[in-house]
Write a protein that binds this ligand. Structure first.
Ligand SMILES: CC(C)(COP(=O)(O)OP(=O)(O)OC[C@H]1O[C@@H](n2cnc3c(N)ncnc32)[C@H](O)[C@@H]1OP(=O)(O)O)[C@@H](O)C(=O)NCCC(=O)NCCS
Length: 175
């Protein structure tokens, strides 16, 4: 198994992988435009020259990032590939100084196994919802919000993210 950053030539395979799960309602569809724009956010898993897994880490605010676009080909699930992708994404984020990871998911069991805890959606900053306007389900989001705070106890994960939203002068701002 090879884990690597994607190139343009991977986009069609990523698109098909995500679209397959989106058709069955397991995740949200991603347009090709979105995939190209977020290519640098992604890590893919490759086996025998094929992309069989993908995940992305999207920076949303100071020291805050979202794990998104997680998909592993049905023939390859439950082999630790999804976990390996997420752990690589978390390492990338830590290298940049990310302290708060979050995800919106239909698979809480998967993310729970990786140390994420469920929170109310009101614990995520309003800023992240701006991209949701393009979602076909907006405003009736049925995804589960989960967070993983670096260097914090599980209890701290329930703290509102807004408490850490600061502007360039270090002042707390609203989201
Ligand atoms: C969710 C998904 C990315 C997980 O990838 P994966 O490679 O199968 O996950 P892993 O094998 O690394 O699983 C790691 C652990 O997570 C947990 N886990 C994985 N899938 C799970 C699920 N569907 N429900 C509950 N727990 C799950 C298990 O504890 C697993 O360990 P174990 O099976 O050895 O006990 C994959 O199943 C997938 O692509 N699903 C369809 C698309 C999707 O739902 N994406 C999430 C976007 S919201």
């Amino acid at each position: 198994m090879i884990y690597r950053k994607p190139t343009f030539s991977d986009v069609e395979e990523i698109y098909a992988l995500v679209a397959g799960y989106a058709e069955s309602g397991l995740m949200l569809a991603r347009s090709r435009n979105t995939l190209y724009e977020s290519l640098r956010d992604m890590i893919v898993a490759e086996e025998d020259g094929r992309v069989i897994g993908v995940g992305a880490l999207h920076i949303t605010w100071d020291a805050m990032a979202e794990v998104r676009t997680m998909a592993v080909s049905p023939d390859y699930t439950r082999r630790g590939i999804g976990a390996a992708i997420v752990n690589r994404l978390l390492d990338e984020g830590r290298t940049m100084g990310v302290k708060k990871f979050f995800t919106l998911t239909y698979q809480p069991g998967f993310f729970q196994s990786l140390g994420f805890v469920t929170v109310g959606k009101d614990h995520l900053p309003q800023k992240i919802w701006k991209e949701c306007i393009d979602c076909p389900k907006f405003p009736d989001c049925d995804e589960i919000a989960m967070v993983k705070n670096e260097g914090a106890s599980d209890d701290d994960c329930s703290l509102p993210f807004e408490s850490n939203l600061k502007n360039g002068n270090g002042e707390v701002v609203s989201s």
